[in-house]
Design a protein around this ligand. Structure first.
Ligand SMILES: N[C@@H](CCC(=O)N[C@@H](CS)C(=O)NCC(=O)O)C(=O)O
Length: 237
């Protein structure tokens, strides 16, 4: 039985962390026996970040590494119906999300002060006021430092959002003819990966240029609804 360690569910999305949600989605899709373990503190992870998995004596962090492992162990058939070109496109879109859009999302929640108000309330709201202020301040400072090291923290806010919107535009165009999944009638691993990011861009009550743009794109809202249905069905089953 694989154990997936990730943040608890919040705000009506399967996970506020797209990397966590992507791994959970892949586990569902693969049908591999697994158990989700919700943790607040990532310090038990081999990388100090979530998600991570434990499969017998194997412990792995970093969502793309975990997905590679799961594909080798349990998922060989998942994308067998895709052509080489489809795999190339799926891989490129997902890496755009993992390596670029991810940072705009992080920025919108931790750096942007209007996003931070929501993050503080949702993530730290259950703590006493003193703990909430102290822990919130500490974690926010760490996230802002990460954004600065990555580079977006050093840009004017509107430019960061413009960069994220360009990614969303690309996703929206790629999904214009999704029917209902990215590559047709059969779901693939790329769908669960992209869904993790798109659902998190559309999550209420965040309201910033990125979220506004996401809500204006019918291919994105339609795709979110399709994948949400798949997710809920596969939870029930
Ligand atoms: N690139 C990593 C990102 C992992 C990551 O940064 N996870 C965040 C949540 S989205 C985390 O655990 N942050 C806690 C921390 O950095 O202390 C992956 O895809 O797994």
């Amino acid at each position: 039985m694989i154990e997936l360690y990730q943040y608890p569910r919040l705000l009506g999305v399967p996970n506020m962390s797209p990397p966590c949600m992507k791994v959970e989605g892949y586990l569902k899709l693969s049908g591999a026996p697994h158990r989700v373990c919700a943790v607040h503190n990532p310090s038990s992870s081999p990388s100090g970040r979530l998600p991570y998995i434990v499969d017998g004596s194997t412990q792995l962090a970093e969502s793309a590494v975990i997905l590679q492992y799961l594909e080798r162990q349990y998922g060989a058939e998942i994308d067998a119906h895709l052509s080489r070109e489809q795999k190339v496109l799926g891989h490129a879109l997902l890496r755009m999300c993992d390596g670029h859009l991810y940072w705009v999302g992080l920025y919108s929640r931790w750096y942007d002060s209007s996003g931070w108000e929501i993050t503080e309330r949702e993530v730290f709201g259950a703590l006493s006021p003193l703990k909430r202020r102290f822990l919130g301040w500490m974690v926010r400072r760490q996230m802002k430092q990460r954004c600065n090291h990555q580079g977006f923290g050093l840009q004017p806010q509107e430019r960061v959002y413009e960069l994220g919107i360009a990614d969303l535009q690309c996703l929206s165009q790629a999904l214009e003819s999704a029917d209902p999944y990215l590559f047709g009638a059969e779901i693939s691993s790329y769908d669960v990966g992209l869904y993790a990011y798109i659902a998190n861009m559309l999550v209420a009550p965040y309201n910033n240029p990125l979220a506004e743009y996401a809500h204006s794109q019918e291919p994105l809202t339609r795709y979110r609804a399709t994948l949400e249905q798949w997710w809920n069905k596969s939870s029930a089953g």
